[in-house]
Design a binder for this molecule. Sequence first.
Ligand code: IVH
Length: 664
Amino acid sequence: MDVRQRIEELKALIQKYNQAYYDQDAPIISDVEWDALYHELVELETAYPAYITEDSPTQKVGGQINEAFSKIKHLSPMLSLSNAFSAEDLRAFDVRIKKEAPHATYVLEPKVDGLAASVRYEKGRLTLGITRGDGTTGEDVTHNIKTIQTLPYMLSEPLDLEVRGEVYLPKKRFQAINEDRQKNEEPLFKNPRNAAAGTMRQLDASLAKKRGLEIVLYSLGSVDDLKGNTHMETLQKMKDLGLPSQAYAKHFDSIESVIQGVQDFEENRHQFPFEIDGAVIKVNERNLYDEIGYTAKSPKWAIAYKFKAEEVETEVLDVVFSVGRTGQITPVASLAPVMVAGTMVSRATLHNEDYLLEKDIHIHDQVLVKKAGDIIPEVIRVLTDKRPSHALKVDFPSVCPVCQSTLKKEPKEADWFCVNVTCEAQVKEKLEHFVSRQAMNIETFGEKLVALLYQKELIHTIPDIYRLKNHRDALLALEGFGQKSVDTLLENIQASKNNPLEDLLFGLGIRHVGKTSSKTLAKAFGDLDALKNARVEDLIAVNDVGEVMARTIVDFFKEPDNQTIIDELRSFGLRFDTDVVASSFHEKFTGRTFVITGTLSAPRNAIKSHIESLGGKVTGSVSKNTDVVLAGSEAGSKKDKAIDLGITVIDEATFNTWLGEQDE
Ligand code: IVH
């Protein structure tokens, strides 16, 4: 391939990966792989400058602007930083700096892996929070920025100023959020950065508040006399104003001590309360900045040193195939235990057959393991040159490892399924799920008891749980069970009959229906029979229910075995309705007071009449009597006030969905 072709190929790849990273918050390659591609492109473009085009990713700051938010122009462009990957790169940076400014000294800061934001204060009051966007224009995320506890709403002095920094989720918060999402069967965030980015994109600020966003500030704009002469002084000034400035900054006189400092950061990267993916090195003396200068993308007086992802070598001891509750077969590598990113790892999911084939994993292979987003262990690749002669190729099974029935796969899908609904593994997983805390929460009923009762042939289906009271003697005969424990168990089972619909719905284990969706469905339909009779289009009309979930739900209730289960549960007296106040579509409008603000695609009067025709009222100003604020683009103080008062704020897209539901 010639150079030009390779450049085109690299540009296309990087553009694709940038889109996934910046716009969908869902990276498809690791940062290290991205850096390697980017680095290759920079090298080729440096060697062949004639091939540099304006649309090259090296010529612009990544990230598009999200249409859902108002756009705000930055006071000055939010630049990026060029990267260093080795001590050599840092020494070369030092040589470039010293040519322009022989007496420069350096500040070293951790590179927080979050997303850049600019925050404005007017007369000492926080008025605006903006994402970086494309560097020139960002998105108005004031409502979410205002939820950051450490960011003062009022400064001690009535100053006009702009501060910049990185919004992030502390690692502890991130872990708690993902644990919750796992329990609720919601997709996990890949890393804290994605979780923070996803949170900043929410229109509803209560989510950001709940998740606990934080910010660390590294620059102070607009007010020159406030900044001091050095970057260290700027950080101190921000701190004096009560702003959460970078607290881990260190001042060094020479590049060799900077390099030592970078190594210290890298060795201790897991001790920081936030995820760091590198270190930033900046010239300390601010009067040298203009002399040293800028490129179109970044200042020349600073550089980002990127850490290598921590990759650890270990041996694959075995590959086992687990059968999930829905019959999904997942290959799992059992590994010789190793420490990766601060925790012991002994298993890693291999996802599906395609992944297994692509990585070509053999038992006894040496593999490199890392933790994706510092939580989920992942096999990166096999060290094929270390493959021992006794390595065993792993074939994906054609039959279920537990019940031996033939596995099935839908065309174009990656996962194989055991479709035998009586498969022991699936049945046990289903029962365990039903009694689990997130579902029916039947205390004293856990994995061990499910296995024991299954083995004694006392439970095979969900309704069998409610028949256990007819088997007192058999329960009393179980090892470790006495009168008291049997009574408690049966009482707990009996009490679960009163659980609201969302618990039962989640407990039934319908594919794609997690805890949050169960709540949404319970709220929208009110009782199980209404849900059972819903058509695909009825389901899709509910916010957050997509076509795939809708079809799975309809298919689930069509299945005769499932109908039997539901009929039996009804005969045992389980509750089929919910405590959640049913918000029938009418109740979104009837008797509610709306305020319309910002620019909308329809004339305000037309929207007003529409709301009124549905029983709502429209007023001009936001007060505690307002129920909903419909905020178009460029919405200003009314939206802010609504957020401050904790009033529901919806955008036009949500409003249209509400109207759509109404038309059903
Ligand atoms: S200084 C002119 N300092 O890394 C750019 N950036 O790769 C000023 N970042 O866009 C940035 N921690 O989002 C700076 N201590 C730190 C940082 C930091 C994280 C981010 C920031 C920036 C990106 C550059």
